[in-house]
Design a protein around this ligand. Structure first.
Ligand SMILES: CC(C)(COP(=O)(O)OP(=O)(O)OC[C@H]1O[C@@H](n2cnc3c(N)ncnc32)[C@H](O)[C@@H]1OP(=O)(O)O)[C@@H](O)C(=O)NCCC(=O)NCCS
Length: 156
């Protein structure tokens, strides 16, 4: 299966809420409570309009069915954070590396030298593996006791 990315549109709102409330995705997030339709609507409207700081993409398979999503959110001028997930039915098929590859292909199109951060819970082994395989490195001064890790990827 070949995953392709396209920018999210207003039509993706319900699908993105369903993915956001996926049990495993909530468990691996830093705010674990379920997201209401209203909260999601406010958040999503802001993400779609704040083009300077937010880039949200839908992953599609060969049939153009939605398989997952990823988002870059800006922390600072050259400093971004990545969020990603696959629909539960597409997990466990070794597509994780491809997800990150598609993310980085888009991220690296920018000419500047950028830093991309992934904040991952320590028990999120699938995410840690796919990020490490793509060249993300654990931040050197990460506290060994923290229950989450910061992984960093620098372009160029
Ligand atoms: C993160 C995510 C995209 C990874 O995709 P996936 O389909 O589950 O993972 P893959 O099948 O590609 O497997 C990747 C690697 O993790 C391993 N793996 C997968 N699930 C695992 C599990 N539950 N425990 C341990 N290892 C696991 C695989 O064996 C594979 O290892 P390899 O690279 O040595 O072959 C997906 O799990 C997901 O959407 N999770 C919920 C959202 C999330 O956690 N997002 C990231 C927040 S930072």
């Amino acid at each position: 299966m070949k995953l392709k990315a396209r920018p999210a549109t207003i039509k993706d709102e319900a699908q993105l809420l369903a993915w956001a409330n996926d049990q495993e995705t909530r468990r691996q997030s830093f705010i674990t409570k379920r997201i209401t339709k209203k909260e999601h609507h406010q958040w999503f409207s802001k993400v779609l309009t704040d083009k300077h700081n937010q880039r949200l993409f839908i992953l599609e398979n060969d049939d153009k069915s939605p398989c997952g999503q990823f988002r870059f959110s800006r922390n600072d001028e050259n400093d971004w954070e990545i969020h990603f997930s696959l629909d539960a039915q597409y997990r466990g098929q070794n597509l994780g590396r491809q997800v990150i590859r598609v993310c980085l292909d888009i991220f690296k199109k920018n000419d500047q030298r950028l830093r991309l951060i992934a904040k991952v819970k320590k028990d999120n082994l699938a995410s840690l593996k796919v990020l490490a395989a793509a060249g993300f490195e654990i931040e050197k001064n990460s506290s060994p006791d923290a229950n989450n890790l910061k992984l960093i990827y620098i372009t160029k």
